[in-house]
Every structure is written in C-alpha cells, then in structure tokens.
Ligand binder design. Structure first.
Ligand code: SOE
Length: 383
C-alpha cells in the first residue's frame, strides 16, 4: 500500500448518511484520513455516528461547517441541497467534495464555479468513474495517440434498482433530484468519463428520453437507494416526471461521434458501465462488470486483453492502484483513488489533478439541460 503522509493531517466532515455518504467514510478511512464529523437530519446523523464510530454528529449542516476539526466537507445530501451547502462550505473556508450532479441547474452550478474560484479552495465533484484503472489507462492511450484519431465512442450505463414500480428513492422526484434522473444520476458519469478519456467536451446532443413507469408506488416513509421493497409497507401512487431510460447521440469537440444508452430499468444490470473507444489505428473497450480487464481491438492483428497492473495494461493508472493483478479493484476503490488525488491537491502535493472540478460539474449539468431540451424538441441541441 502507498503511504500518503501529506494527506493524513486533513480531517473530513460528511453531510448525508444515505447510500453514498458511508461509501465516502469508508474510502477516507482506507486512506488514513480522519472522519471528524457526520451530519443528517433529525437523529439520522447521530445514528450513523454510532454505527460508523464517528466522534461528532450534527443535525444541522451549518454546525458541521462551523466545526474547526473539519477541513474538507463531503456533500452527499440529495441534489437539491448541493448549491446551498457548497456555497456555505466555501464561505466557511472549507475545501469541498460534492456528489454529482453538482446542482439542480446551470444557474446554480455557475454560482458554485464562481464561488470556488474566489475562495481559492479545492472544489471537487465526485465523478469517481474516472478512477477505474482501465479508464485512466484508456485516457493515457488516447493521449499518446495509440488509438489514432477517435472516430466514435459507444457505450451505456445500465442499472435495475428502479425496475419495479414499487422501487423508490428521492432521486425519482424532480424537486429533490432535478428534472433529469437516469441521465443526470448515471449518464453524466459516462459522459464525464468519456470526455476525460478523449480530452474533449461534448458540443451537441440529440436525445430520446422515456419513462417506462408513468405511475409508480411511493412507500409511505423514506427509502434508501438500492433498497428492496418491503411487503409490509403501504404505498401511495404518484405520476413519474423523470426519465427511466434514454438514448443520446453526441458530438465531441474533437470531432468524434458518440452513442450512449442509459437505463435504470434494465433487469439484471446492477451497475454496468460500458465504454468502447474506436480509433483510426486501434480500439479499446472495457466494462465495469469485469473491471480488471481492458480490451484492445485491431483490424488485422490479434485482439488483446490486458489485465490490470500488468505491463500490458500500461502506466495510465500508476499511483492510483494499490493491489497486485488478480486482486480486484472496483467501485469502492474508485472513491479511494479519487479522494487520494483530491486530498493530495489540497495538501499541495505533487501529481496531475485528475479529479472533476466545479467547472466539470457545471459542464455536465449544461449537457443535461441540452439533452432535456433535445428530447423535448426532437432536434440536435448545442451545449
Ligand atoms: C444510484 O443510481 C447510484 O448510487 C448513483 O447515484 C451513483 O452515482 C452510482 O455510482 C451508483 O448508483
């Protein structure tokens, strides 16, 4: 394991105790970073503090921001709170790691970009997919020109945790999560990762979004992301206004074309990200369900499969992997490596800043707005 002496003195505070807050806590601890405080409404913060052995718990996030033992604030509350909490954290002089999407609309994200610049603090958005070793490796291959000019990119992000009409979470409600759901919640991971690999942003989009369950059943009481329905629970019907699935055609700034499928009603696909990059010399493809292997395709030569952390895999993920080949690094490790990169930057340490910034988060929300507009007007829309 790498030791990170520069980052050990930094202390974190986490706002939000749903599915992803504890993922942040675990990743921070694996890096040797102290989680000094946690916060959630009513008694949720205190209960999480007991469960996760965190010394301080708050019910009001402003108390966590006032806490001198917190240097870096992780915002893992529902999307509608991201803007208010980000601005307040920056005002309190904290560094920030905010969950994606950065906020509810580009009006909010533009304010965050400005505030982050003015505050001279590190502001990161948790686009953790960048930190799968294969994604870092593909990025390096593209940068070195090994794949040639990029012709087109193909792929998908598929889940099934909202497959049933009784599956429920705050993400389904536009006022909690935003007007787009599947595209904003998981599609932006794919778009961010592909823009990161290509070194080119998305210029225009043509989208077709759809809602499979026009009406869903909402359990009376709150339900966590990925939770199974409980047979004893009573439900109330509500109309769904956000996308269950969709297809998006993309044009990137470097001329490459893209084709993305997104779904949260794809039975059997638990959390499946597929990225395929087709270049003028070679292609590369990878799927998160087999995170250790990266594939390369040739027209005339034999196709190749490179195993993570071997010479064939390349050096793109150097310093951002801890386990030898065959000892799988997956979803939780991407958080750990993202935080290693972010905290090293906060500590003024060496190395390239690979994490997504407030500007990247702003751009993803702008792409979402273009996708929504395109789906409604059935035309190409510039970002
Ligand atoms: C739910 O779809 C979710 O938790 C997303 O919000 C995360 O960003 C993704 O990493 C896993 O799935």
């Amino acid at each position: 394991m790498k030791s990170n002496p520069d980052i050990h003195s930094l202390r974190a505070g986490v706002i939000g105790t749903g599915f992803i807050g504890p993922v942040h806590v675990e990743a921070l601890r694996r890096l040797g970073i102290t989680v000094a405080a946690i916060c959630d409404v009513a008694d949720l913060g205190a209960r999480a503090a007991t469960r996760l052995a965190i010394p301080q718990a708050f019910a009001d996030y402003r108390d966590l921001l006032a806490c001198p033992e917190v240097d870096v604030v992780h915002i893992t509350a529902p999307n509608r709170f991201h803007c208010e909490m980000s601005l307040a954290a920056l005002r309190a002089g904290k560094h920030v790691v905010c969950e994606k999407p950065l906020a509810m609309n580009t009006g909010e994200t533009a304010r965050i970009v400005q505030a982050a610049q003015a505050a001279r603090r590190v502001f990161a958005v948790n686009y953790n997919v960048r930190f799968y070793p294969a994604v870092l490796a593909m990025r390096e291959r593209v940068e070195r020109g090994e794949l040639g000019d990029i012709i087109h990119v193909n792929g998908s992000y598929l889940q099934d945790w909202l497959f049933k009409d009784t599956d429920y979470n705050w993400r389904l409600l536009p006022k909690e999560g935003g007007k787009l759901r599947a595209v904003a919640d998981i599609g932006t991971h794919w778009m961010d990762a592909v823009s990161f690999i290509l070194g080119a942003g998305i210029r225009s989009v043509l989208a077709d979004l759809a809602t499979w369950h026009k009406t869903r059943q909402r359990p009376l009481g709150e339900v966590q992301t990925f939770a199974e329905a409980d047979a004893k629970v009573r439900y109330a019907a509500y109309r769904v206004q956000t996308d269950d699935f969709g297809s998006v055609l993309l044009r990137f700034a470097n001329g490459a074309r893209g084709n993305l499928g997104v779904s949260q009603v794809a039975a059997g696909r638990k959390n499946c990200i597929r990225i395929e990059i087709y270049g003028s010399k070679k292609s590369a493809w990878w799927c998160s369900e087999e995170p250790e292997t990266l594939h390369f395709g040739s027209r005339d030569g034999a196709n190749e499969t490179a195993v993570r952390a071997t010479a064939a895999f390349g050096a793109g993920a150097a310093g951002l992997m801890d386990y030898p080949p065959g000892h799988v690094e997956g979803f939780p490790d991407t958080f750990k490596m993202n935080f290693r990169n972010i905290y090293t930057a906060i500590a003024g340490g060496p190395g390239e800043r690979l994490f997504a910034t407030a500007r990247d988060g702003h751009r993803e929300v702008a792409v979402c707005e273009a996708i929504l507009k395109s789906s409604r007007c059935r035309q190409w829309v510039f970002v």
